[in-house]
Design a protein around this ligand. Structure first.
Ligand code: NAP
Ligand code: GDD
Length: 323
C-alpha cells in the first residue's frame, strides 16, 4: 500500500524539506496551501518537488477546509507544520498568532478525530516553550515558561496534542524542535538575515547590518536533519514527545562571526545594534538535550553550525550574484 501524507505548512521551510524526504521514501504527498496573493511555492521549486506534490487550497483556521483536505487526500500521516512562526510578529499580531498557531492545531486535531480514523498526527512544537529556561539543558521533563504570544499559542497546541492522544487514543506526537535553519529559511529569521546580508555586503550591495540582541544564544541545527526526526516519530508504535536539538548553544554574535569570516569579512565592521530589533521579552538561551530522540528514534544531528552557516552563505552568494 502506498503511504500518504498531508502536510500543513508545506510551503514553509520545514514543509518543503519534509515533502522532499517523504517523496524520496515513496509517499504520495499532499499539502495544505492557503490562498496567497503572491508566489509561495519558491521553496518547493528550489527543491525540485513542486510538480510532485498535490496542493489543496485550505487554511488551518477554517475547519471545514481542513476536513475537505483530509477527505480529498486520505493521508495515513498528518503533519501539522502550519503556523505564524515568527516570534517578533507575535507581539504585533498576538490574536492572529493564537488563531493560526494555537487554534489552527486544534482544528487539524479535531479533523483527524472526526474523519481521520487510524491517521497518525505530528505537531510542530518548539523550544520556545522553554522560554525563561528552568533547567540548563532542556529535555522532555523540563517545565515550560513561554515568553512570547507565539510561545503561548504553541503551548496550547502542544497540550491539545497530548490531550487528544490521551483522550481519544490518537497516534499523536509532538516534536519539541530547537531552532533549525537552511538556505530555505525565511529572511526575517536571524541566521538567514545575516547570511543574506553577508552576501550583499561582500558583493557591494549593502554596507551595514542592523541587528537586535546578539548575546542571545540558540541551539541551531539543519532543517534537513530535523524533518527526518519528524518522520521517525511517526514510525514509532505509539505517539510520544521528543526534544530534537544538537546539544550545542552559540550566541548570535558568534554565528555572525562564522558567517562574515567565511567570505573574509569581520562582523564588527558591519553589524550595527539597533533597538528596533530587540523584543519585549527575550529568550536568552536555549540548549537542548536530545538523548531521548537519539535513544528511541536513532536520530542524531549530522550538520555542525559551521557547516550550516557556510552552506547558507554560499547559497546567498549565488542568489545575490544572480540578481
Ligand atoms: P515557516 O517557514 O514560517 O512556515 C510556516 C508555514 O505555515 C508556511 O507554509 C505558511 O504558509 C503556513 N501557514 C501560515 N498560516 C497558515 C494558515 N492559516 N493555514 C495554513 N497554513 C498556514 O516555518 P518553518 O520554519 O517551516 O516551521 C514549521 C513549523 O515548525 C512551524 O509550526 C514552526 O512554528 C515550527 N517550528 C519551527 C522551528 C524552526 O526553527 N524552524 C523550530 C520549532 C518549531 P505561507 O508560506 O503561504 O504563509
Ligand atoms: N529575527 C531576528 N532579527 N532575531 C534577532 C535579530 C534580528 O535582527 N537580532 C538578534 N536576534 C535574536 C532574537 O532576539 C533571538 O534571540 C535570536 O536572535 C533568534 O531569533 P530568530 O531567528 O527570529 O528565531 P527565534 O529563536 O525567535 O524563533 C525561531 O526558533 C523557534 C525555536 O526555538 C522560530 O523558527 C520559531 O518559529 C521557533 O519555534
Amino acid at each position: 500500500m502506498t503511504r500518504s501524507a498531508l502536510i500543513t505548512g508545506i510551503t514553509g521551510q520545514d514543509g518543503a524539506y519534509l515533502a522532499q524526504l517523504l517523496l524520496g521514501k515513496g509517499y504520495a504527498v499532499a499539502g495544505v496551501s492557503p490562498r496567497r496573493s503572491s508566489d509561495n511555492l519558491w521553496r518547493l521549486r528550489e527543491l525540485g518537488v513542486e510538480g510532485d506534490v498535490k496542493l489543496v487550497e485550505a487554511d488551518v483556521c477554517d475547519l471545514a477546509s481542513i476536513l475537505r483536505a483530509i477527505d480529498e487526500t486520505k493521508p495515513t500521516e498528518v503533519y501539522n507544520l502550519a503556523a505564524q512562526s515568527f516570534v517578533g510578529t507575535s507581539w504585533k499580531q498576538p490574536l492572529l498568532t493564537g488563531q493560526v498557531t494555537g487554534l489552527g492545531a486544534a482544528n487539524v486535531l479535531e479533523a483527524v478525530r472526526l474523519v481521520g480514523k487510524g491517521m497518525r498526527f505530528y505537531q510542530a512544537s518548539t523550544s520556545e516553550l522553554f522560554g525563561l529556561i528552568q533547567a540548563e539543558r532542556q529535555d522532555e521533563k523540563t517545565p515550560f515558561y513561554p515568553r512570547s504570544p507565539y510561545g503561548v499559542a504553541k503551548l496550547y497546541a502542544h497540550w491539545m496534542t497530548i490531550n487528544y492522544r490521551e483522550s481519544f487514543g490518537i497516534h499523536a506526537s509532538t516534536g519539541i524542535l530547537f531552532n533549525h535553519e537552511s538556505p530555505l529559511r525565511g529572511i526575517e529569521f536571524v541566521t538567514r538575515k545575516v547570511t543574506d546580508a553577508v552576501a550583499r555586503i561582500k558583493q557591494g550591495k549593502q554596507e551595514k547590518l542592523h541587528l537586535g540582541n546578539i548575546d542571545a544564544k540558540r541551539d541551531w541545527g539543519f532543517a534537513g536533519d530535523y524533518v527526518d526526526a519528524m518522520w521517525r516519530m511517526m514510525q514509532q508504535e505509539q505517539g510520544d514527545d521528543y526534544v530534537v536539538a544538537t546539544g550545542r548553544t552559540t550566541t548570535v554574535r558568534d554565528m555572525c562571526r562564522i558567517a562574515f569570516s567565511h567570505v573574509g569579512l569581520k562582523y564588527e565592521d558591519h553589524v550595527v545594534i539597533d533597538p528596533q530589533f530587540f523584543r519585549p521579552a527575550e529568550v536568552d538561551v536555549l540548549l537542548g538535550n536530545p538523548a531521548k530522540a537519539e535513544a528511541k528514534l536513532g536520530w542524531k544531528a549530522t550538520t555542525s553550525l559551521e557547516q550550516l552557516i557556510t552552506m547558507m552563505v554560499d547559497a546567498d552568494m549565488r542568489r545575490v550574484a544572480a540578481g
